[in-house]
Design a protein around this ligand. Structure first.
Ligand code: UD1
Length: 418
């Protein structure tokens, strides 16, 4: 298994270009199942999760062509309706095929994802919503088995804000009879991107980006071309890296409007963040970082996917900070690894109290999930000596060429392939 080694102590300087958003690309690639003919997607990041969803699309009978950051999908030959355990187990977002399969084939058999390192992560709201649209669903041998002679629009209220739940229901409702209204829908930019793609295909979706989405079913959809929006979490990770290392980094090809909560918190921590012409940000780290409290929330609140990275920043701040995780019940697994590097953090329930200013020292550490891995690499950038992060397959799920991008900014980082 590959490892990433980082020698800490070098401020990041220069420019970095942000890749397309994984969490937008996944549902958008899946939306091709709703059409017959070639869909073309540009700016698709080269990531392990993208390869997994492509494998699943091919398994279902779609033709896929991939060249650089362009992916073309033609689902005319869609024939299978099952998402097997092996694929869903490696990537929970495979659940996104449930809605489109029911919509197009009237049938689906999708493995239940089960829990993961950061929490139980049920999909009950996906299932309940699809049932409300008229699907018959049973759980059998670990699989969600669904059938629907026809889907009919309905009013659906999500008890909890769910991103992939909103996306799944949107993809099921676009071809349903009549009008569907999703209440307490997720407002994430990735949901808006998916709605934009579906509308380009001929769907009628209004209100994406607000908590009420109205979908008027149409008879059929046509293939389209779309450029994936920039990855706000990758951009955010580089912003924190710049601030953390007292660096000076220009972040290109990002969407500053999607990063408002993080920008606000970084500024409170005394990090200079300026919007530049075009889609860019200029981030300059101060000598002394101030401590700031953070609570994760659905968009437009502070993203849970930036919590681990922000915690590393707070390890370097003066004073105490409190980080509250409200989205996932077990998303502090990076804490014990950061403690091994010398961080002073106490966790109680969903709250972490960080006493900033302690000296971090390089150590062998283990990545446990995608964003936790990013936080360990960030910690390595400012730790004394060498940090060796193992199980980096987690990072390859969601960060394109992270060591190359950091290395171009002056970090001493390398991958040891095994
Ligand atoms: C998506 C993102 C992930 C991000 C998360 C929260 C993708 C591919 N992944 O994950 O990176 O961390 O949003 O911003 O876009 N829940 C239920 N029942 C359900 C569905 C969700 O109780 O049926 C709960 C979850 O356990 C969690 C909360 O709702 O506590 C939010 O989860 P959700 O938004 O669904 O996360 P994902 O869509 O899986």
């Amino acid at each position: 298994m590959d490892r990433i080694c980082i020698e800490g102590g070098y401020p990041l300087k220069g420019e970095v270009s942000i890749s397309g958003a994984k969490n937008a690309a996944l549902p958008i690639l899946v939306s091709s199942l709703l059409t017959e003919g070639w869909n073309t997607y540009c700016n698709v990041p080269r990531l392990r999760d993208i390869s997994t969803i492509i494998k699943l699309l091919i398994h279902l009978g779609a033709k896929v062509e991939r060249e650089g950051d362009i992916v073309k999908v033609d689902a005319s030959g869609l024939k299978n309706y099952d998402a097997p355990y092996d694929l869903v187990r490696t990537m929970r977002a495979s659940i996104l095929v449930l809605g489109p399969l029911i919509s197009r084939l009237r049938k689906a058999r999708v493995s239940l994802p089960g829990g993961c390192a950061i929490g139980a992560r049920p999909v009950n709201l996906h299932i309940k919503g699809l049932q409300q649209l008229g699907a018959d669903i049973v759980i059998n041998h670990g699989y969600i088995e669904a059938e629907a002679h026809r889907l009919k629009g309905n009013e659906i209220y999500f008890d909890v804000v769910t991103v992939t739940g909103t996306e799944n229901l949107m993809m099921a409702a676009v071809l349903a009879d009549g009008v569907t209204i999703l209440r307490n829908a997720a407002r994430e930019p990735e949901v808006v991107a998916l709605a934009n793609v579906l509308n380009r295909m001929g769907a009628s979706i209004r209100g994406a980006g607000t908590s009420v989405i109205r979908i008027k079913g149409v008879k059929s959809l046509r293939p389209t071309t779309f450029t994936i929006v920039p990855d706000r979490i990758e951009a955010g990770t580089f912003m924190v890296a710049a601030g953390l290392t007292s660096g000076d980094v220009k972040i290109r090809n990002c969407e500053p409007d999607h990063l408002e909560a993080l920008i606000y918190k970084l500024r409170q921590a005394r990090i200079i963040v300026e919007k530049t012409n075009g889609n860019g940000l200029h981030v300059v780290g101060p000598e002394e970082i101030m401590s700031v409290d953070v609570e994760t929330l659905p968009y437009p609140g502070f993203p849970t996917d930036m919590q681990a990275q922000f915690m590393v920043l707070m390890c370097r701040a003066s004073g105490l900070s409190v980080i509250t995780e409200t989205i996932f019940e077990n998303r502090f697994i990076h804490v014990s690894e950061l403690q091994r590097m010398g961080a002073d953090i106490i966790v109680s329930g969903n709250t972490a109290v960080i006493r900033g200013g302690s000296r971090l020292s390089g150590a062998p550490v283990m990545a446990t999930d995608l964003r936790a891995s990013a936080s360990l690499i960030l910690a390595g950038l400012v730790a004394e000596g060498v940090t060796e992060v193992s199980r980096v397959y987690h990072i390859d799920r969601g960060y394109e060429n992270i060591e190359e991008k950091l290395s171009n900014l002056g970090a001493r980082i390398c991958r040891i392939r095994e």
